[in-house]
Write a protein that binds this ligand. Structure first.
Ligand code: HEC
Length: 156
């Protein structure tokens, strides 16, 4: 191998080692385990505060955002959940991806924290898609007296 090629190979290895994650935003497919203990209060808020809100905050304008796009404000639960998929693709880890695009500089989350982020986002999204029964009776149409379509009642 020539010197130049050797150097290039070494650089390539360094690049691979230095950045173990995906270069492109990739869905992690993280899921919410039923015994997850992560909440906005004990995880989401401190995570964003530590790594994201110095650029992504509804209180920052113009140059103070350091280029962070509008409507990607992570100083509230609603702001995070509104773009939960983007946050997952850029920052979280899960079965299908380890995303390390964000934050671009400064303190970075540990790998563990990235996995927790994936889990927590999945839990927040799940809760919105399947809210726990609030105890409101179903709006159920009264039985119109129609004969059931012949499906036997399930045995108790
Ligand atoms: C130093 C400022 C800075 C910090 C800190 C930062 N970001 Fe960003 N973020 C940016 C900039 C600049 C962009 C736009 C460039 C890009 O998309 O790569 C961006 C883009 C994004 C996007 C993509 C928005 C889109 O268009 O879909 C997401 C999602 C994101 N950031 C999430 C985060 C999260 C989560 C954190 C904390 C872990 C974080 N960022 C920390 C500056 C920052």
């Amino acid at each position: 191998m020539t010197r130049a090629a050797g150097a290039a190979a070494a650089l390539a290895v360094a690049a691979l080692v230095g950045c173990g994650g995906n270069a492109r935003p990739t869905p992690t497919n993280a899921t919410c385990p039923s015994d997850s203990t992560l909440t906005y209060e004990n995880f989401g808020a401190p995570f964003m505060e530590a790594y994201c809100t110095r650029c992504h905050s509804s209180e920052l304008r113009g140059a103070d955002r350091h280029g962070a796009p509008l409507y990607h404000d992570f100083d509230s639960l609603g702001g995070i959940v509104a773009v939960a998929n983007h946050v997952d693709w850029y920052t979280a880890a899960g079965p299908d991806a380890i995303n390390e695009i964000m934050p671009p500089d400064g303190d970075t989350p540990t790998l563990d924290e990235r996995y927790q982020l994936g889990e927590w986002l999945a839990c927040e999204v799940d809760q919105r898609l399947h809210p726990p029964d609030a105890g409101v009776p179903d709006a159920g149409m009264p039985d119109g007296g129609l004969v059931d379509a012949g499906v036997p009642d399930a045995a108790p």
